[in-house]
Design a protein around this ligand. Structure first.
Ligand SMILES: [Cu+2]
Length: 309
């Protein structure tokens, strides 16, 4: 369908100008919208949205008993059992409020997927830190992103154990950060980068060098804390100084933007670039590699020089 034929009549010219005006107004409206939807798990479509409180955990049968609120058009408020994934089971705490998608499992029972912990304190942190990050983004000159010598970006996200992690929590010791997503099908990209992070973690541990490692998911709608927990386990990554983090999509996208990491969603994957950063104990970026072939040994050397200085 062609909107504007070659021979544009007077009425069409007016119509065309109106369209242009409306487009400009829409763009302006979009630009002035600063409030971002920082709701955890926003944007999910599968099954029914469920909000509730964990009442008990049955580890042997991988079941959670959850008192859920009314699910409009489907089910009134009640307490019932749900099957959950191993990662979600490990992250669950009695008394915790959660948000999840409710679907049928293979046995015809109900299951919860994409579980996000809900707390007012977390919501406040998400909002406050993301506002700080947005200000940092506004202060960056057009086309620039953070690199060596720059102050690192502020963030608040949830780790793979379901706990809030902020950039301030990480101050006081060096930090290595990279960007991955668990569904990445390209062995030379995220899987390789995660293996290198695991190697660096081990080498630093062997040499007694203090460092925190943070892997930011580029696929926050799929990579919930429970999914990240299973991913960490699959790579044999343990220790409370290694974090896989995720959160509301706008907060994650702002963090990616600040570091100039591109992540373009395709039908069944994400086309993306990579970045690995070494940030010192005061939050300054000391090293940045944009290649998938970054060397853990080079980062280790820099870490050692920090310790000895
Ligand atoms: Cu990847």
């Amino acid at each position: 369908m062609r909107l504007f034929p070659k021979h544009i009549s007077g009425a069409n010219v007016i119509l065309k100008r109106l369209c242009v005006l409306v487009s400009i107004l829409l763009v302006l409206a979009g630009c002035s919208k600063t409030e971002q939807n920082l709701e955890l798990g926003a944007g999910d479509e599968e099954g029914y949205l469920l909000v509730g409180e964990i009442k008990s955990i049955d580890e042997d049968s991988s079941l959670l008993k959850v008192a859920h609120e009314d699910i409009p058009g489907f089910m009134p408020a009640m307490t019932m059992d749900f099957s959950v994934s191993e990662g979600d089971l490990q992250n669950s705490k009695v008394g915790q409020r959660i948000k999840a998608r409710m679907t049928r499992d293979e046995e015809g029972g109900f299951q919860l997927k994409r579980i996000w912990p809900l707390s007012d304190e977390d919501a406040r942190d998400l909002k406050e830190y993301n506002q700080r990050l947005q200000k940092q983004l506004r202060d960056l000159p057009l086309g620039r992103y953070l690199g060596e010598g720059d102050e690192s970006a502020d963030f608040a996200l949830l780790d793979h154990r379901g706990n809030m992690l902020t950039s301030d929590d990480l101050r006081g010791r060096p930090l290595v950060m990279n960007f991955i997503f668990t569904r990445c099908p390209d062995a030379n990209m995220c899987p390789l980068s995660t293996s290198k992070m695991a190697t660096l973690h081990k080498l630093a541990g062997d040499e007694g060098l203090p460092v925190s490692l943070v892997s930011v998911s580029m696929d926050p709608e799929f990579d919930t804390p429970g999914v990240l927990r299973q991913y960490a386990e699959a790579y044999g990554i343990e220790g409370d100084d290694f974090y896989f983090v995720t959160g509301p999509k706008p907060a994650v996208l702002n963090l990616l933007r600040s570091y100039g990491v591109t992540a373009i969603e395709k039908v069944d994957t994400i086309m993306h670039s990579l970045a690995t950063l070494l940030i010192d104990q005061n939050g300054e970026i000391l090293m940045r590699s944009d290649k998938s072939a970054w060397e853990p040994e080079a980062f280790l050397e820099k870490l050692a020089s920090l310790s000895s200085s």
